[in-house]
Design a protein around this ligand. Structure first.
Ligand code: V47
Ligand code: SF4
Length: 376
């Protein structure tokens, strides 16, 4: 087993352990947790870029994906107290919002006659809204536009709304599927390590529950996404532990579509003093994720959080998806201090960003079916 010749040339004098990892990656073998940790601790950006780009190209060729979607955040009222959260409010607190069914329908109707494939619905955990309230919301979307894929509710929201309706996880998810739920977004995962989770979101549903909800969803034929919230008080070992638990579940169910590293943003929250990690760290993290999660088909850079330039750069570090048009419909990151205060990208801009990086833009649906390839 050896490295391809051109890689040997690119990596003169490489540390023997890192060389062993490179050999594994080029021979499509899984790396261990120890090896993942070594990448975080010892590997430089150039080396990580070579490995991650190799894995990305093997899995996705030159295709880079985007979709046409909008976000709907029904409320920012939340029973939990995550320290990193900049947008949650209590009932009737200034700055709180509670959108109605009509508000959602009005937003949806703005897209009448226009191409749109996905509605992404995520918000706070409202104390008075249960599964039936949100089920009706899904039903309304489907009644107006049956072709739309609804990706909705983090495992944390699902846990609460299902319990409030007096149901078990399986029963609740089944019913939500009947109401119109097509897939589950990746939020609420934060960091699985129990100690760190306690420090940053002490009262939130625990890691075991997040994993159980996603596993049950997969078993019911509801695919999902996975995230990590990185760049706060966690250590590299915590990131590896997080990805390891996801890799294990993916081996079992194959139900995850994509992994989305979410960079901690520091404005207006109780973790502000921690600060933010560098762009270099963002790129290194994308690359290690791409290499470690060998059973995840896609890695997404979420541009409203990272900004357009860094998202474009991330395409050279393992990323093959930059999410969607969004249409200025999410507040979660602008309130936490992301550069883009009104996130919006036209399809033309998304295509330009991808083409400039030397990739072929592909409009996808939520489940990565290719809808249009822009290779002209
Ligand atoms: O779970 C909250 C994160 C998540 C901050 O599945 C923060 O396609 C950084 O689920 N700094 C919710 N992150 C968002 C979410 C999501 C976003 C994009 C795509 C998908 C998908 C899902 O937002 C939360 C939390 O991890 N978050 N506050 C903050 N200050
Ligand atoms: Fe609530 Fe979600 Fe904010 Fe936590 S991150 S406080 S669960 S809205």
């Amino acid at each position: 087993m050896s490295l391809p010749e051109n890689v040997e040339v690119l990596l003169p004098g490489l540390d023997e352990n890192l060389k062993g990892i490179a050999e594994k990656v080029f021979n499509e073998q899984r790396i261990s947790e120890e090896e993942g940790l070594l990448l975080y601790e010892k590997a430089d950006l150039g080396f990580l870029g070579i490995l991650a780009d190799h894995v990305r190209a093997k899995k996705n060729g030159d295709y880079t994906y985007f979709n046409r979607n909008f976000h709907f955040e029904p409320t920012n009222i939340c029973i939990y107290n995550c320290k990193f959260c900049s947008y949650k409010r209590k009932v009737n607190e200034p700055g709180s919002w509670e959108y109605s069914y009509d508000d959602l329908l009005r937003k949806l109707k703005e897209y009448d006659g226009k191409p749109l494939t996905e509605v992404h619905i995520v918000g706070g955990v409202h104390p008075h809204r249960d599964l039936h309230y949100y089920g009706k919301m899904l039903h309304l979307v489907k009644s107006h536009r049956p072709d739309i894929h609804i990706k909705a509710f983090t495992a944390i929201e699902l846990d609460f709304m299902i319990k409030k309706a007096g149901m078990g996880i399986k029963e609740g998810l089944k019913l939500l599927k009947e109401y119109g739920l097509d897939s589950i977004p990746g939020g609420g995962a934060e960091i699985f390590n129990e100690e760190v989770r306690k420090r940053i979101c002490f009262d939130k549903s625990d890691s075991g529950l997040w994993l159980r909800i996603h596993k049950t969803a997969h078993e019911l034929g509801i695919p999902s996404n996975a995230t990590i919230l990185y760049g706060h008080v966690e250590k590299y070992t915590d990131r590896i532990d997080h990805m390891s638990r996801l890799r294990e579940l993916q081996d079992e169910t194959g139900g995850f579509n994509v992994y989305i590293p979410l960079k901690f943003k520091k404005e207006n929250n109780l973790l502000s003093e921690v600060g933010e990690v560098s762009v270099l760290e963002d790129l290194r993290n994308f690359a290690v994720s791409r290499v470690f999660l060998d059973n995840f088909p896609h890695i997404k850079a979420y541009w409203p959080m990272l900004g357009k330039e860094i998202s474009q750069l991330s395409l050279a570090f393992g990323v093959d998806d930059i999410d969607g048009t969004i249409d200025d419909s999410t507040k979660i990151y602008s309130m936490a201090g992301s550069e883009d205060k009104s996130p919006q990208l036209s399809t033309e801009e998304l295509i330009r960003i991808i083409k400039e990086a030397g990739r072929i833009p592909v409009e996808r649906d939520t489940l990565y079916k290719k809808l249009q390839i822009y290779d002209a």
